[in-house]
Ligand binder design. Structure first.
Ligand code: BDR
Ligand code: CA
Length: 331
């Protein structure tokens, strides 16, 4: 019997953890991925697009890639915001260059091309306005593309089944003392998406800092001795070094694969162990620029707008990630 596949659009700023999220999506028979939009975020959109195409080539996938926005909606109009941007790069204590996201993923240059003449904003509008069934959006970079599409044609929401975003932090932040990276890059876009009226599930840092790979996983992938294993091992290694050097977390030697948690949650919601329906707004400007502000009062004066994932079954996440990526041995 054919299983009914969920129609999916990805929106990515690939990006090491975006790459692994995409790979998990591609390897999931539960999904019918109809397009992948790229956006400025971890890297300029030229790089995130090329990296996305490289991943598709590695996975022998023909999913259409649509290039998206090269700048946030408003954030770059404010020079002060640029000054506070997190860098991808650093130097470890023993003098080694480390990075969360090298300009290009260590894969052969792509021969595949983006959808010619298309841009993600109008593609979202065309695709969603003409969809015959509802589509789930997995957006794991800054939310610029979809925010602009929604502003231009709010009716697109009618064909959105659900939106999953890797965004924000309840108690944890990584870009500034107030903000998570994807929100900090485009706070206004996040604010627009949070109030678009679709069902939104948010994966903040509180959950994704428990979505980890560790040195033993790096070794496991290395031992495969094939291009996918080598690539995944290299990305885990780079992230382990970058986090140990630039962003030590609650324990050493953990590499969060933030974006993959959105995909795994869709496949098995029990990977999340604490989920709350809440009101969340985004602070735009000022000292808390890009903060996701959750209303924790017992009474609300604005409607709840997001399901927030606050904790992760870390072991389940790691097992699922390894299992799903293992399917690549058959491609
Ligand atoms: C998010 O920011 C990016 O660096 C990652 O790809 C992830 O989407 C984590 O804050
Ligand atoms: Ca990302």
């Amino acid at each position: 019997m054919d299983i009914k596949k969920r129609k999916i659009i990805f929106d990515v700023d690939t990006g090491s953890d975006d790459a692994l999220a995409l790979m998990c999506g591609i390897l999931s028979p539960e999904f019918d991925i109809i397009g992948i939009c790229t956006v400025n975020g971890n890297l300029p959109v030229e790089n995130t697009t090329e990296n996305t195409l490289r991943v598709l080539e590695l996975m022998k996938s023909d999913i259409p890639v649509i290039r998206g926005c090269s700048t946030p909606l408003l954030a770059t109009l404010d020079p002060l915001r640029k000054l506070r941007l997190r860098s991808n790069d650093g130097v470890s204590a023993d003098g080694e260059d480390v990075t969360y996201h090298a300009p290009y993923l260590p894969l052969p240059p792509a021969t595949k091309k983006v959808v010619e003449g298309a841009n993600a904003v109008s593609w979202y509008i065309d695709t969603l306005m003409n969809a015959e069934e509802k589509i789930t959006l997995i957006m794991v970079g800054p939310l610029t593309n979809f925010a602009l599409a929604y502003r231009a044609q709010p009716e697109i929401i009618k064909n959105v089944e659900e939106i999953l975003i890797m965004s924000g932090g309840h108690d944890q932040r990584n870009s500034t003392a107030a903000s998570e990276y994807n929100v900090f890059i485009d706070p206004e876009a996040t604010a627009i998406v949070l109030d678009c009226g679709a069902k939104i599930t948010m994966m903040p840092l509180d959950a994704t800092h428990k979505a980890n790979m560790r040195p033993q996983h790096q070794q496991l992938f290395e031992a495969w001795g094939n291009p996918v294993g080598d690539f995944v091992a290299a990305e885990i290694e780079a992230r382990l070094k970058a986090y140990n050097t630039m962003q030590p977390l609650h324990e050493p030697d953990i590499a969060p694969i933030h974006d993959a948690l959105c995909v795994l949650y869709l496949l098995d919601p029990t990977v999340i162990t604490n989920l709350k329906h809440m009101r969340c707004d985004v602070v735009c400007g000022g000292i808390a620029d890009g903060q996701t502000l959750f209303d924790t009062r017992h009474f609300n004066d604005a409607p709840k707008n997001v399901y927030v994932c606050l904790d992760t079954d870390e072991e389940k996440f790691a097992t699922m990630l390894v299992d799903i990526l293992s399917r690549s041995k058959n491609i």
